[in-house]
Design a protein around this ligand. Sequence first.
Ligand SMILES: [Zn+2]
Ligand SMILES: [Zn+2]
Length: 338
Amino acid sequence: MADAMTPATRRAARFRGDAVIDFTDDDLPEVAAAEVRLRVDVCALCGSDKRLLASGSAVVPGHEIAGTVVAAGRGTTLPTGTRCIVYIPVFCGECDQCLRGQTNRCLHLRELIGWQRDGGFADFVDVPQRCALPVPDDVPQDVAVLGLDTVGTAAHGLRLALRTQDELPRRLLVVGCGPLGLGVVAVARALGVASVDAHDPHPGRLALAARLGAGTQVDLQAENRYDVTVEVSGSAPGRDAAQRVVVPGGTVLVLGESNDPYVMAATPRWRRTDCFTVRSFYFPLTEVDGNWDLLRRCGPALRDVLAHPLTLPELARAFDKFVAGDLLKPYIVSGAPA
Ligand SMILES: [Zn+2]
Ligand SMILES: [Zn+2]
């Protein structure tokens, strides 16, 4: 497949550990069978990348990728020029879960793109064609990329949580207003939840939640306030608060991540309360079409609140500002129009 369009080399970021980032120029082999090569248009930084920044990574990190097909291996059908977002679980396609379309639950999940195989902090990345999801013509790449960890993850968690409830929640609380928490605010509003409140100790983040339509006057000590609470902070106080303010029969949706144990304190109230606890991971391919509709409604506003474009050579600076909390979602963008 070595035609004139195919680049011969690529530049890729390497995480060496202890926050050291450098770059390598690698020869690009022929694209493998059943894979496509993407020019990376946008690769967004994710909070979880901070772990790789500290520990170092054997592969090129970066897992929130929107790109354009520039070459394709044997047995593929996506034409050159197709804009895609990258679905990071490399699912088997054959297990019970995959056959039902529940690809995020694959029983033989081999690897995640950007974690166990090369990701998007590079100018080109190869991915299995089944992980390259074509983007509708009316959705720009800087909105499409939010269909992954921000809107895709938020929407899937909310859909699972809503399945536990007989009606649309009247009051929903989001605890933690990082990019995913803000995504939950935007998606809950787009799904028609009338009253969405948000809490975050950082006043700037809370102001962004307000811009997306959330109420911000929240009493985390009052019990029985919300039909659904969404815990996105990953902190012990956030988890306690989400449990305290949920109504009997309500649902705590747990999206936040932390290395600390998730403790459910068996208080008298907890023992004597009906309550669902829901945990979700990413999203299945069956939800992608619905997510494009959500993105059309709430994606541009989310992008305007979250995104800060920078280029690949600025990656270390992007992480400095990201870790300091100055930027919510740096986007590494290519020079090419997105
Ligand atoms: Zn992520
Ligand atoms: Zn599978």
